[in-house]
Design a protein around this ligand. Structure first.
Ligand SMILES: C[S@@+](CC[C@H](N)C(=O)[O-])C[C@H]1O[C@@H](n2cnc3c(N)ncnc32)[C@H](O)[C@@H]1O
Length: 285
């Protein structure tokens, strides 16, 4: 059975956003923040590979934040499943797509059903960043008819699976987290995509060797500092269109600038007030 380390903190709602920003900036992980209905407390959960790491991080919490409770604990995959059962439901996205958790029956076949078991991975369609990529991927598939797609930081595999179901022939998808890579293969099977239809592999975008071949459309839903550091390589991997997200709204310009400096043309930017996504094209020569 898979497990990971979890740091659970309870704090005043008004401090939670600033604390979550601090976690993203200093620990480069994405916290899950749940606000208690009608309460004045927020529960922030942060996940690490091991309990030892969660405990080490607990000792490094900055004194400037006040917590009413701090707990480092083991999180088992079955606990995540319970979490997702409360937070992940059937959702229509774009004109044709629909995300369907593995424990729910797809309502009909009027949309392209993306069946997902998130397990410990990110990527259900519930977050703006995933929705943005799915919507823009659907548009790109309609307009550009891409033959190849690359999904950097694939998480649950949701974007790669959508690309396959939208008709893209050649798909590469990688994540540095081996648990995600395993889950992606399971999710591809859940969607009746034969073994090898999508090439999933483990790689770190900040190290050499992750790019197997350039693709017509590239998606990267990873945090800002990673996108900026990987910008030259990501742009080299892009033949026609690059979809970027995982970016806070106030960081949008710095990400766009890193790619425009390499020759990209920004064609669209969208956001939900907190997160934003950027679409970049390779100008025709
Ligand atoms: C926000 S999730 C995106 C998941 C999915 N693509 C989606 O759009 O919902 C970011 C993913 O990128 C992966 N990731 C973060 N840093 C990475 C790196 N340096 N190299 C490869 N993958 C990375 C994480 O493990 C995580 O699965």
């Amino acid at each position: 059975m898979k497990s990971c380390g979890q740091l659970e903190l309870v704090m005043a709602i008004e401090d939670a956003d600033i604390f979550c920003d601090w976690v993203r900036e200093h620990w480069a992980v994405e916290p899950v923040c749940l606000e208690q209905p009608r309460g004045d407390r927020a529960v922030v959960d942060i996940y690490f590979d091991t309990l030892a790491e969660a405990e080490a991080r607990r000792r490094k919490l900055p004194a400037k934040f006040a917590f009413s409770s701090v707990q480092a604990m083991i999180c088992r995959e079955e606990q995540w499943t319970t979490f997702w059962r409360h937070h992940f439901h059937v959702q229509d996205i774009g004109r044709r797509l629909r995300t369907v958790p593995v424990w729910e029956t797809p309502p009909d076949r009027k949309r392209i059903n993306l069946r997902i078991d998130p397990g410990l991975s990110f990527g259900t369609g519930g977050h703006f960043t995933t929705r943005f990529c799915l919507e823009e991927l659907e548009k790109a598939c309609g307009k550009l008819k891409p033959r190849s797609m690359l999904d950097a930081g694939t998480g649950s595999g949701i974007l790669a699976i959508a690309a396959a179901k939208l008709g893209v022939k050649t798909i590469d998808a990688f994540d540095y987290d081996p648990v995600c890579v395993e889950k992606c293969a399971e999710n591809a099977a859940l969607n009746h995509l034969g073994k090898g239809r999508i090439r999933f592999y483990q790689a770190d975008i900040l190290r050499d060797g992750w790019m197997k071949r350039p693709a017509d459309v590239v998606c990267a839903n990873i945090l800002t500092h990673v996108l900026i550091e990987a910008a030259p390589a990501l742009w080299r991997a892009t033949k026609r269109r690059l979809l970027l997200t995982g970016i806070r709204e106030f960081e949008g310009d710095s990400v766009a600038d890193a790619f425009v400096a390499g020759g990209a043309r920004e064609v669209l930017r969208d956001g939900d007030g907190e997160w934003c996504g950027i679409v970049l094209d390779r100008p025709k020569t």
